[in-house]
Design a protein. Structure first.
Length: 317
């Protein structure tokens, strides 16, 4: 069975692309490793592992491929339910991106083993991770942290990540400290804050220290109000998403009108933002999403909105 994988890798280096379907479903071979078909112009591959044994096979065969051809196989790995031992096998690979999900025993000690080729890291539901290695500062450009509630001191590592281009935090425990710890780097372009129920207007004021952020998403940030938007309006945003922020009112739209660099605006299910307010804002922007359920309206105002919609050719989503 090992020779099968070696022949497959030979095809990758020869043809430049790979089509494999359930290559490891053969009896007696590790069933927790799946290799996805993906067209490529250089040796790289997307793989999915579900156990330490899958990491072992992945590390063994791709390391031997790299040694034979003197060219690293670039890997994008999605890993679930692995341990520190599985990370040790992955550390021998030319990892480009890694998504760790539900790795309940993996701690920051395991992360220290990851190679410096890693550029994108997604951590999802990993309860034993409490911080991130400072060594990531030399190579990490995308960081997404989802429901890792025990990472509570971002100031210990986040300011050092000056190469970050995209940052996302999704955690009900995420507070103002996350925004305050973001590096004031010209490379940081995208900030996504989701389910951050402890995030307040005070924390969002610190966004003005990120002068090159062009994309901002606020989802279920239930404590922020219109008071944050004078500071948000100072950013050179091209895209703004405000979703399910229950305390944001039409007063926020007044500040959005001053954002002349804005090209894409999504305001979704913010109960205190009315459809009338969004319709008026439509005159300022060519594209805006206006959900039908966005805010209560009377029958008279609904009729007024429909007339405005017909005049302005606005599509209600």
């Amino acid at each position: 069975m090992y020779s099968i994988l070696h022949h497959i890798l030979e095809l990758v280096s020869t043809l430049g692309f790979l089509y494999v379907d359930q290559v490891l479903s053969f009896r007696g071979l590790c069933r927790s490793l799946y290799i996805y078909p993906i067209p490529i112009c250089k040796p790289e591959m997307h793989a999915r592992v579900h156990s330490d044994q899958g990491c072992y096979y992945l590390g063994r065969h791709f390391a031997s491929f790299a040694n034979k051809h003197k060219s690293p196989m670039v890997l994008y790995v999605y890993a679930t339910w692995i341990t520190k031992e599985g990370l040790r096998f992955l550390s021998e690979l030319h990892l480009k991106a890694l998504h760790l999900k539900c790795c309940n025993t993996v701690s920051e000690e395991g992360l220290y083993q990851l190679p410096k080729t890693l550029e994108r890291l997604i951590l999802s539901h990993c309860p034993c991770i409490t911080t991130l290695p400072p060594s990531f500062a030399s190579h990490l450009v995308v960081l997404r942290i989802q429901e890792c509630h025990n990472i509570t001191e971002p100031h210990r590592f986040l300011p050092k990540y000056t190469l970050l281009r995209k940052f996302e935090i999704s955690s009900f425990r995420a507070s103002d400290a996350w925004v305050m710890a973001l590096p004031a780097s010209p490379r940081l372009k995208t900030v996504i804050l989701k389910h951050s129920h402890c995030l307040t207007d005070y924390g969002l004021q610190h966004l003005v220290l990120l002068p090159n952020v062009t994309s901002l998403e606020l989802t279920r940030c239930t404590k922020i109000t219109h008071a944050s938007f004078p500071y948000i309006a100072l950013l050179p945003l091209r895209k703004l998403v405000v979703r399910k922020c229950s305390l944001v009112t039409d007063q926020a739209l007044t500040h959005i009108r001053t954002m002349h660099t804005l090209h894409e605006l999504h305001v979704l299910k913010c109960n205190q933002i009315t459809a009338e307010g969004l319709i008026k804002l439509q005159w300022e922007f060519e594209e805006i999403r206006i959900p039908e359920s966005n805010g209560p309206t009377s029958k008279e105002s609904q009729l007024h909105i429909q007339n405005m919609v017909q005049d302005a050719n606005i599509t209600l989503f």
